[in-house]
Structures are given as structure tokens and as C-alpha cells.
Design a protein. Structure first.
Length: 192
């Protein structure tokens, strides 16, 4: 899609995105805590939830990190019958990071440069708070200049991280060079 004028994909495509990826496995963290979780719902992951997943991963954030959130949504979606997929498409229901100022401050203070996930919105959808931080895309992309990656297949990566206990990867993404583009396939690789 090519309709943007600023903060568009060609700026990232010019050099690509490469850096340390930190994998936070939200599905496993909630399961380990004994909390009920269904990837087909609008579960909002709070700052506390992200911190619990970060501690479980045994990592500290560094400036420029790429936050990779595994929610289990993409694998759940792949297993759903057509009727259930139609419901999700109509209701736009997906888990994701909580909206609001607290989450914006957390991501800013963590100095991450991008957030990617296996959902179609990164943030919980539908948005659960009104206002400028109620739809995080506006703040994260428009104000913070962060890249957002959606519908990435994180299932295998999260399983590998759980197996070896290493939740850090070298992540490389080469978006399409589409002038004015507001989206692109990620063309991403996570190297461990």
C-alpha cells in the first residue's frame, strides 16, 4: 500500500533493519503462571506481563533492541476452521500489548526500536482505551519512529528459545523499497 508521506517504509528499506531481537514468549509466561489464556481473544498484555516474560527469558533490554512477542495467535489461527476465521475477521479480535500511556512510556524507556508479533495489530484489538495512546500505531510509528512487524511466524522461534533457554537472536529484516509504502512483507530472518 503506497499512500503515506512520512515515516513510510522506504526509510527502513533503504538500509534494512538489523539488530538484537529479544523474544518474549507471552503464551508460555501466562501458562507458567497458571493464568488462563486463549490466543483467540482480546487479551491485553500489560507492562507487568511483559516484565514477567522478560524476567522469564532472563534478558535485559539494551538500546535498539527489537522486541519479538510470541502470543500464539498465528498458530492458533492456522488451526481454525473457516467459520471461526470469519468471526475473527469481523470482530478484529486479537491479543496484543495493552494500549495507553503506561505502555508507551515502557517501550520508550526500554529504548526498543521495533516491536514485532504474530498478531495482525501488535497491540490488543479492538483498542481498549480512547485517546492518542488508545491506538498505539499512531504513537509508536508516528511519534516514536518505531517499526512494527505483524503476522510474523514466531511459533518455531519461541519453541527453540524454550528448548535452549536463549531468548536473544540476531534479527534481519529487509522491507520492500516502496516509496510512500505504509507496509511491506518483513523478509525477516532470526539467527541464533
Amino acid at each position: 500500500m503506497a499512500s503515506g508521506r512520512r515515516n513510510t517504509i522506504e526509510h527502513w528499506a533503504r538500509h534494512g533493519i538489523a539488530g538484537r531481537g529479544v523474544v518474549l514468549d507471552m503464551a508460555r509466561t501466562l501458562a507458567d503462571e497458571g493464568r488462563p489464556y486463549d490466543p483467540g481473544t482480546s487479551t491485553a498484555f500489560s507492562v507487568g506481563d511483559l516484565e514477567a516474560a522478560r524476567r522469564a527469558a532472563g534478558v535485559e533490554f539494551r538500546p535498539g533492541d527489537i522486541l519479538i512477542l510470541h502470543t500464539g495467535f498465528a498458530a492458533w489461527w492456522a488451526d481454525q476452521p473457516t467459520a471461526q476465521r470469519s468471526v475473527v475477521a469481523r470482530t478484529m479480535t486479537t491479543p496484543g500489548i495493552a494500549t495507553g500511556e503506561e505502555m508507551c512510556r515502557y517501550l520508550w524507556d526500554a529504548h526498543v526500536c521495533a516491536v514485532v508479533t504474530d498478531t495482525f495489530a501488535v497491540e490488543v484489538f479492538p483498542p481498549q482505551q480512547p485517546g492518542v495512546t488508545g491506538f498505539l500505531h499512531r504513537m509508536l510509528i508516528g511519534q516514536f519512529g518505531m517499526a512494527l512487524g505483524e503476522l510474523w511466524w514466531t511459533e518455531d522461534l519461541a519453541a527453540d528459545c524454550a528448548d535452549d533457554g536463549v531468548h536473544e537472536v540476531f534479527l534481519v529484516s529487509a522491507p520492500l523499497h516502496a516509496r510512500g509504502g505504509i507496509g511491506s512483507p518483513a523478509n525477516a530472518l532470526a539467527i541464533k
